[in-house]
Ligand binder design. Structure first.
Ligand SMILES: NC(=O)c1ccc[n+]([C@@H]2O[C@H](COP(=O)([O-])OP(=O)(O)OC[C@H]3O[C@@H](n4cnc5c(N)ncnc54)[C@H](O)[C@@H]3O)[C@@H](O)[C@H]2O)c1
Length: 392
């Protein structure tokens, strides 16, 4: 039902004198209900978005073909999360569909109009892209254009949020002067204290193929916002995390670190003396940011989105913190070679998002994030195939 049609129906019903309050409430709920499409709905951010918008009474459609398993093998299998969503939601429809498949997308968009599209499906790993450059580009760049174009043709008034990444900046953030502290690298100049903002350049840097495919999608999403005036927001994520991550060696830093710590397997830290810094944001706070943008969209706008300084942590600090929480030493070793193009110290500057959306804030602390991940991993550990090393 269109929103205008629903509003008119609600007005007519409300005018009838004998209407019961229960019926009116039901109609109000229908009036407010939106139809939302979430891609990558079995993944970390996608599943959080599905649950959140379902709880709010919206009709939620999810697209996911469990390609995370194809990228990362059995530990990347997201079936457990889809099963969980099926149990926990009221109005969720799952579509086992590939975002590279333009015809299938066309069929879906012809059958169903959407008010909000949350695009999370991706090949998400920096390192993995090196082995599968064509597949990485097809999923990340072309898959995004397929969705943008389907939206333009079938529901151009919809709000569209694209989950981009801080890897679009390539290694440019490493040019900022740093000082070495006991357990972490730190920005040397006071003006850099709050981290990297959206003015950081995205070209003439080393991205990794993943960073380049996401930068292509990031630019196309901006273009659909600016050129066509569509309500598109681009969120460049720091480390997005939470208990619903199917953490694997090549993606999902905290989730995988916890998995290895609990299983007793070995963990390898690569380069920068283990003092590399990441800012971590819980998937709930990401979805809250999407919700704020949806309520008041700014076409073509770009935002850095991470946990900010308060939720930043270095590799050494993360190991110590996890050891403390689980009461057990982690079996880890160090290789003195950093990953190509890896960030040394990356903290998302959240000033732009905060100024445009003052109702939003980071609500879940790093300690709470870790507690939730540990609780979830403890429950799931027997079913998992943990082990190996991890590059952050
Ligand atoms: N997690 C992070 O640290 C992080 C950081 C920065 C940016 N991001 C971006 O945020 C988004 C969500 O990340 P996430 O951590 O939830 O990833 P995720 O891997 O947990 O979820 C992505 C989902 O997309 C699905 N998928 C992959 N290819 C598909 C295809 N062709 N068709 C349909 N479904 C497909 C996967 O099966 C998976 O369930 C991604 O775009 C990612 O690049 C994530």
């Amino acid at each position: 039902m269109s929103r205008t049609g629903a509003r008119e129906r609600w007005r007519r019903r409300a005018e009838r004198p004998l209407e019961t309050s229960a019926a009116i409430q039901k109609d109000m709920a229908q009036t407010m209900s939106k139809t939302i499409l979430v891609t990558g709905s079995s993944g970390l951010i996608g599943s959080e978005a599905v649950e959140h918008f379902d709880r709010k009474g919206h009709q939620v459609h999810g697209i996911d073909n469990n390609m995370r398993q194809e990228f990362f093998g059995a530990p990347g299998d997201t079936t457990w999360n889809l099963d969980r969503l099926r149990r926990s939601t009221k109005s969720f429809t799952h579509h086992h569909l590939d975002i590279r498949d333009r015809v299938a997308l066309e069929t879906l968009f012809r059958a169903q109009s959407f008010d909000l599209i949350v695009h999370c499906a991706a090949q998400p790993s920096h390192d993995k892209a090196r082995d599968i450059p064509i597949l990485d580009f097809e999923v990340n760049a072309l898959g995004t254009v397929n969705l943008l174009e389907a939206t333009r043709l079938h529901c151009p008034e919809a709000v569209f949020v694209f989950l981009s990444t801080n890897k679009v900046y390539g290694d440019a953030p490493n040019e900022i002067p740093l000082k070495e502290l006991e357990t972490r690298w730190e920005y040397a100049r006071p003006e850099d204290y709050d981290g990297i903002d959206e003015n950081c350049r995205i070209d003439r840097t080393l991205h990794s193929l993943f960073g380049a495919s996401k930068a292509s999608a990031d630019l196309m999403a901006q273009e659909y916002g600016r050129y066509f005036g569509m309500k598109i927001g681009v969120f460049r994520g720091g480390c997005l995390t939470g208990p619903s991550h199917s953490g694997v060696e090549l993606h999902g830093f905290l989730s995988y670190l916890v998995k290895v710590a609990l299983s007793g397997a070995a963990y390898t830290v690569f380069g920068y003396k283990g003092k590399q810094v990441r800012d971590n944001i819980h998937s709930y706070d990401v979805v809250r940011a999407i919700e704020e943008f949806e309520a008041s969209p700014r076409p073509g706008q770009v935002y850095n989105l991470g946990g900010g300084r308060e939720n930043s942590i270095s590799m050494l600090e993360a190991i110590a913190k996890i050891e403390h929480i689980i009461g057990k030493k982690l079996n880890w070793n160090y290789v003195d070679e950093n990953r190509k193009g890896d960030h040394i110290c990356y903290i998302s500057n959240l000033a732009r998002f905060r100024s445009h959306y003052p109702n939003w804030s980071v609500t879940i602390s790093l300690d709470e994030i870790l507690r939730q991940i540990i609780g979830n991993q403890r429950d799931r550990l027997p079913a998992q195939n943990a082990g190996g090393s991890k590059r952050v």
